[in-house]
Design a binder for this molecule. Structure first.
Ligand code: PEP
Length: 260
């Protein structure tokens, strides 16, 4: 089995003012300072990026944007570009989160444009895919995920796809307290890796980092992270609490060590 360093990413969504984000980032910085063998990323709201970047200087925690627009600059009121994220200290950007798809009209086509914009700037896209509850119940999980991958990654080269992180987030598990069972998550992760193998070859599929997201908390971290094709987590609610998030990081390191 290829060894992939896990990534634990915290999506703060539309929570935390600048000062609150600063407090959360400071607390986290000291709690995870000696944790090795894992990559950690937090994605505060845009208004918190500057202050959080300052606080995270010299720490092992990476900074991410929650979204971006594909143009570099221009008359696009309210939007943020890849160079702006980069200049704010970001190395990652979340793209195609189900809340963006659900409330803001994001499609696989816009996801594709955003991935290209992020890659041009050297940002690591964390590309979110996943089925709704109705789609799962009507046995469409694999076809939905396949379409999101095919359309979202359309036209990208193997070298470009190698730079992506994929986050499988079943929509019915996000913010609901319902988590996919380890078997449900693993079978979709395995499917995603197999699709990537078919489309881009094993040298891409073996290194591709595929995160699970959907009500990850300390109580379910070890079991999820023990699964062969789960390489980390995208964490919403539990990333807003320093103790929960640092516990998820620590448990993921243990799981990765056991898997190696
Ligand atoms: C998310 O925001 O991507 C997420 C998975 O949220 P939660 O952990 O709260 O379900």
């Amino acid at each position: 089995m290829a060894k992939r360093k896990p990534l634990i990413a915290g999506n703060w969504k539309m929570y935390k003012t600048g000062p609150q984000a600063a407090e959360l980032a400071s607390g986290l910085k000291s709690l995870v300072s000696d944790m090795m063998g894992v990559d950690i990323m937090v994605a505060p709201p845009f208004t918190g990026l500057g202050i959080v970047a300052e606080i995270l200087k010299g720490s092992i925690i990476h900074l991410g944007g929650q979204d971006l627009f594909w143009e570099v600059e221009g008359a696009y009121t309210g939007e943020i570009s890849a160079p702006m994220l980069k200049a704010s200290g970001c190395t990652y950007v979340i793209i195609g989160h189900s809340e963006r798809r659900q409330y803001f009209g994001e499609t696989n086509a816009t996801v594709n444009r955003k991935i290209r914009a992020a890659l041009l700037e050297g940002l690591i896209p964390v590309v979110c895919i996943g089925e709704s509850e109705a789609e799962r119940e009507s046995n469409q999980t694999f076809s939905v995920v396949q379409k999101q991958l095919e359309e979202g990654l359309a036209g990208l080269t193997s070298d470009e796809v190698k730079k992506l992180t994929i986050a499988y987030e079943p929509v019915w598990a996000i913010g609901t307290g319902k988590t996919a069972t380890t078997d449900q998550a693993q079978e979709v992760h395995e499917f995603i890796r197999a699709r990537m193998d078919t489309a881009y070859g094993s040298s891409v599929a073996n290194v591709a980092r595929i995160l699970y997201g959907g009500s990850v908390k300390p109580e379910n971290t070890s079991d999820l992270m023990a699964m062969a094709d789960i390489d980390g987590a995208l964490v919403g609610g539990a990333s807003l609490d320093v103790n929960s998030f640092s516990a998820i990081v620590s448990l993921s390191i243990d799981a990765a060590t056991d898997k190696a």
